[in-house]
Design a protein around this ligand. Structure first.
Ligand code: GAF
Length: 403
């Protein structure tokens, strides 16, 4: 399934689009989803724990190999037609050999595959050239990982087209390299792992230090619950420096504490660790990361005990920590959480990097409509743009859609 229709319709649309733009037939159609993160925010670049789930919304890529080392990539969602570059010349930094804007993501993926020695970039059977037609229903700028969905969808397509034999973890790592070193965003590994590895009906528990993971059953609907996504439509961007500043602050805190990363500060030693941090600006950052890792442990324990409703207050506590300690929320995200909880939600929190984007709200199915309406009304009363609401159904990670 794509977020807005059946897999068959998504395949048809992608194939038709490919034919119209590139001519000829694609070799196949691949898809990779966006995600929401249930808990474990800003922990992934601290070697910590995260618990994302894949959305039904996907980026689809219809693709065919080219043996001349040329990458022609066309997005149905962006004005400006087809971007053309040579795999052998792809290089970070835009301009000749590089690519700007959305095209930097697919260009970054072929660059990372070439750098890893998996594609040659010359002409011939390992060149890495391709015609790609990309179409997505993952909202962009909404903190729902549209970038990772684009990277991973292109990577799984090239993996199959060139018989590279990469597993989901390797694909995620290469896509993160594309994002960090080619696009220039210093993100962690959560989003790429979520898009590559999540499974339907589960939330992915991931240890970002060694990438060990567990698929934890999570099916709110089966328990009379709903996990709502509220896209505030406040555009979020990780490239504007605030994300990098938080990351640098966490690294400085770890260094000051003499640990490899903040993951290595035990929750029970938090107070002592905070007392040793001379820089008062670093204390709230460290407190957030250490308490957030603990919240992931608690959520996991509640889910293992079959007490899904009990995760609600832990989610809300996570939001308070992101708002007050990590300072990555915004008035619109806070309004979603306050309004939803006051209207009877079990719990709510911002999800993803923050500075805008989306919140998740866990509700009883019977209260979903009323709570959603309360949020929409609160936005109208505050003079904010109307938010977009939809349900987060835990869905399948990256896959080939046809055949
Ligand atoms: C963004 C990043 F891409 C992730 O790696 C992660 O750090 C997240 O923000 C915050 O948890 O989505």
């Amino acid at each position: 399934m794509s977020g807005t229709g059946t897999a068959e319709a998504a395949v048809r649309a992608a194939v038709d689009g490919f034919r119209a733009v590139h001519g000829g037939e694609p070799a196949g159609v691949w898809a990779a989803p966006g995600r929401v993160n249930l808990i474990g925010e800003h922990t992934d670049y601290n070697d910590g724990f995260v618990m994302p789930l894949a959305l039904p919304h996907t980026t689809r890529v219809a693709a065919a190999r080219r043996d001349d080392g040329v990458l022609n990539v066309h997005s149905a969602d962006v004005a400006g037609g087809t971007v053309r570059l040579h795999v052998g010349k792809a290089a970070p930094g835009g301009g000749a050999g590089g690519a700007d804007g959305w095209a930097a993501y697919p260009a970054g993926v072929v660059w990372a595959l070439r750098e890893a020695g998996l594609l040659s970039g010359d002409s011939g059977r390992t060149a890495g050239g391709a015609d790609l037609y990309v179409h997505s229903d993952v909202p962009t700028g909404a903190g729902l990982s549209s970038s990772a969905a684009l990277e991973v969808s292109v990577a799984v397509a090239l993996n199959d087209l060139y018989d590279l034999g990469l597993d989901a973890e390797r694909i995620a790592l290469l896509c993160r390299r594309a994002e960090n070193a080619f696009v220039g965003v210093p993100s962690g590994i959560m989003d790429q792992m979520a898009s590559a590895c999540c499974t339907a009906g589960h939330v992915l528990h991931l240890d970002t230090r060694d990438l060990s993971r567990r698929q934890v059953p999570f099916d709110p609907a089966a328990e009379g619950l709903r996990l709502l996504v509220v896209d505030t439509r406040v555009q979020h961007a990780l490239g504007d420096g605030e994300y990098a500043r938080r990351r640098a602050g966490c690294e400085a805190a770890a260094e000051a504490l003499g640990v490899r990363t903040l993951r290595d500060v035990p929750h029970e030693e938090l107070d002592a660790a905070l007392a040793r941090l001379a820089d008062p600006d670093l204390r709230p950052l460290a407190r957030h990361v250490v308490t957030e890792n603990q919240r992931v442990r608690e959520v996991m324990a509640r889910l293992d005990a079959g007490e899904t409703r009990a995760i609600g207050p832990i989610l809300t506590a996570g939001h308070a920590s992101l708002r007050d300690d990590f300072a990555v929320s915004c008035p619109e995200l806070d309004l979603v959480v306050e309004t939803a909880v006051a209207a009877g939600a079990l719990g709510a929190r911002m999800t993803g990097g923050g500075f805008g984007g989306s919140a998740i709200v866990l509700v009883e199915e019977t209260g979903a409509e009323e709570i959603g309406k309360a949020v929409v009304d609160a936005f109208a009363a505050a003079g904010h743009r109307a938010p977009r609401l939809f349900e987060a159904v835990p869905s399948q990670g990256a896959r080939r859609l046809d055949g």
